[in-house]
Write a protein that binds this ligand. Structure first.
Ligand code: FAD
Length: 621
């Protein structure tokens, strides 16, 4: 049965990648279908209910700058907001929202249901229709056939998902959800490299059984941070605190004694887990010299007693989970609502993808999210946005797009995945970006919104908001340049007194703002005029104070861009390039880099090899 006839783009999976992919494609005006197991789990947070954090908030802001849903959903559902690294420089500052998971899902579902050009259908996809190495459609569990030339696969941890609690295990996509085994079997028939990874989650605790009086309270920041460029703190629901406690030597003894019952240590799990989000058993094994680890007790929502104990993800047997929880201060009588578990799943080697996230071997088949070896909602969401928009561009007969490493964390993420692959679950950090000062969370809109508008991702409202902000920054910078403060005048005296700063001759306000002791809002309070909007104030302040560093980084980028833009033909025969070692020939042949810049980042490809490639390209011309 063919129902209904055709879509321009079909997205499989309604998680963080799938919802952003479907929204992006539909925003660009193409007829899009979101096919997912269960509409009730659209936007479900499989693990901790938090959006943002170091490196990740940069991705959330980039999603927002390109018109996506994640940041606004975080503003509507965030029950605790903090700025991490607030004392460090602007490059590494990061906004984090603890979310009410029910409100978050509701916010995502509402956007999906109101998005023109987007259809939802609840059903498992079990097969792909592929003809002559091109995707032609999707077959669902009940045999429905949906036709399309563009499929975005965002199946998360569901392909061949195997859940482990101690030495027991069973098939599942995540706790409470079925796995996607039929589709996994079909995907393994395609000529793509596939392997296993694993991730885990802690047991959840009933707050009524916890003694908070012996823990440290951690309230959110005041004033409350905001995630979306277009958001405001009035959108935030009621705010609550998190709580801090610690593991101790008794906890560590319990875990060490039972390591042989851990599926990871008993060799039952083969997939590699996330290095930066390790299980508690991993932490105790790897950092044997530490006798305590911090645990954050994070509320899962406003209308539930459920707590997420961040820091004790585990796949130990349930009796050990109970003992280890009860050994922790304040949790001696804690009731576990849901057991912790680990999940192993299939992922595909992202080196088999193009920068558009389309597979190299099946035309029109795109992958986004955990299926590409990443971990995290934010990493999934931004890949979904890129894959969905490229699928829509392909449907429109247009060229694909992706940002470069110097334009966005999205550029860093995609380039890392496609060039280096993901031997372990990949998560974003600010340290992965070489141009951190340019790629800040506060300027994601300045970096990306114009591009988003050009390809149809940014609607009129967001565009008008952005243009007004950009114009206001230019105007205000000019006003600061044109406004002079002279020593000996009442204004000069007031400035010296307020900031305890010398004025040896006349200065314009922009010169003054460059001084570390002077901030924008205080400056305009003394000198008059100006704009009190926090976002605009922040942009002007950072641009002025870091002007020297920023222009140096821009010079470096300009130099690098030249090699970055040299294209390598897809059919290049690397074995025919004399002088390249066999190893490098093999590496280049299997990675098939798209540019000289990408080739230079493949581990083992030397500068000498890059020079040989350049010479070879010149000869081909
Ligand atoms: P998901 O959010 O998993 O969404 C996949 C969607 O696809 C689901 O809606 C599913 O129903 C649907 N689907 C799958 N197959 C089909 C099909 N055949 N047909 C139709 N629909 C289908 N991240 C961290 O950053 N830190 C952590 O500590 C962490 N721990 C985790 C622990 C567990 C147990 C799990 C399950 C995940 C954890 N994650 C963690 C990962 C985080 O949840 C994911 O990175 C993120 O959800 C990935 O988003 P996604 O869209 O790729 O996939």
């Amino acid at each position: 049965m063919d129902y209904p006839s055709r879509f321009d783009v079909i997205v499989i999976g309604g998680g963080h990648a799938g919802t952003e992919a479907a929204l992006a494609s539909a925003r660009m005006g193409v007829k899009t279908l979101l096919l997912t197991h269960n509409i009730e789990t659209l936007g479900q947070m499989s693990c901790n209910p938090a959006i943002g954090g170091i490196g990740k908030s940069h991705l959330v802001r980039e999603i927002d700058a390109l018109g996506g849903a994640m940041a606004t959903a975080a503003d509507l559902s965030g029950i605790q907001f903090r700025i991490l690294n607030s004392r460090k420089g602007p490059a590494v500052r990061a906004t984090r929202a603890q979310a009410d998971r029910v409100l978050y899902k509701a916010a995502i579902r509402e956007v999906i249901e109101h998005q023109p050009n987007l259809w939802i259908f609840q059903q498992a996809a079990e097969d792909l229709i592929v003809e002559n190495d091109s995707v032609r459609g999707v077959v669902t569990q009940m045999g429905l056939r949906f036709f399309t030339d563009n499929v975005v696969l965002t199946t998360g941890t569901f392909l061949g998902g195997q859940i482990h609690i101690g030495l027991q295990n069973y098939s599942g996509g995540r706790a409470g959800d079925p796995p996607a085994n039929a589709l996994a079997k079909r995907m393994r028939e395609l000529p793509l490299r596939v392997d296993r990874l694993k991730t885990g989650t802690p047991p959840r605790i009933d707050a009524r059984s916890v003694d908070f009086s012996v823990m440290t309270e951690q309230p959110g920041d005041t004033p409350m941070p905001v995630m979306s460029f277009m958001g405001n703190r009035e959108q935030h629901p009621e705010q609550v605190s998190c709580w801090i406690t610690h593991t101790n030597t008794k906890t560590h003894e319990i875990i060490a004694k039972n390591l042989d019952r851990s599926p990871m240590y008993a060799g039952v799990i083969e997939g590699i887990g996330p290095r930066y989000c390790p299980s508690i058993e991993d932490k105790i094994h790897r950092f044997a010299d530490k006798d305590s680890h911090q645990i954050f007790l994070e509320p899962e929502g406003l209308r539930t007693h459920e707590l997420y104990p961040n820091g004790i993800s585990t796949s130990l047997p349930f009796d050990v989970q109970l003992d280890l929880v009860h050994s922790i201060r304040g949790m001696e009588n804690a009731h576990i609502i849901r057991p912790g578990y680990a999940i192993e799943y299939d992922y595909f080697d992202p080196r088999d993808l193009k920068y558009s996230l389309e597979t190299k071997v099946i035309d029109g088949l795109f992958f986004a999210g955990q299926i590409n070896g990443t971990t995290g909602y934010e990493e999934a969401g931004i890949q979904g946005l890129l894959a969905g928009s490229n699928a829509a561009l392909r449907a429109q007969g247009k060229d694909s797009w992706h940002p470069r490493r110097d334009e966005a964390y999205l550029g860093v993420l995609i380039d890392d995945l496609i060039t280096l692959g993901a031997q372990e679950p990949y998560r974003m950090f600010t340290s992965r970006a070489e141009y951190r000062l340019i790629l800040r969370e506060d300027n994601a809109d300045m970096r990306l919104t114009e591009k988003g508008r050009e390809i149809g991702l940014v609607d009129d409202t967001r565009w008008a908001f952005f243009e007004a902000k950009r114009e206001a920054i230019v105007q205000e910078e000019q006003r600061l340049k044109d406004t002079w403060v002279r020593p000996g005048t009442p204004l000069g005296e007031a400035v010296m007194e307020k900031f305890n700063t010398p004025l040896t001759h006349e200065y314009n306000l922009l010169n003054l703002l460059a001084r570390p002791e002077i901030n924008y809002l205080d400056l305009i309070a003394v000198t008059g005029g100006g704009i009190t909007d926090e976002q605009i104030a922040e942009q002007i302040e950072i641009k002025t104070k870091y002007a020297g560093y920023l222009s140096r980084q821009l010079e470096d980028i300009a130099k690098l861009r030249a090699s970055e833009e040299v294209k390598l033909p897809a059919d290049m025969d690397y074995t025919a390039i004399s002088g390249l070692s066999k190893e490098i020939q093999q590496k280049l042949s299997s990675s098939r880099p798209e540019t000289l810049g990408q080739a230079s980042r493949i581990p083992g490809v030397t500068q000498a090899a890059v020079s040989l490639l350049m010479v070879h390209l010149k000869k081909r011309k």
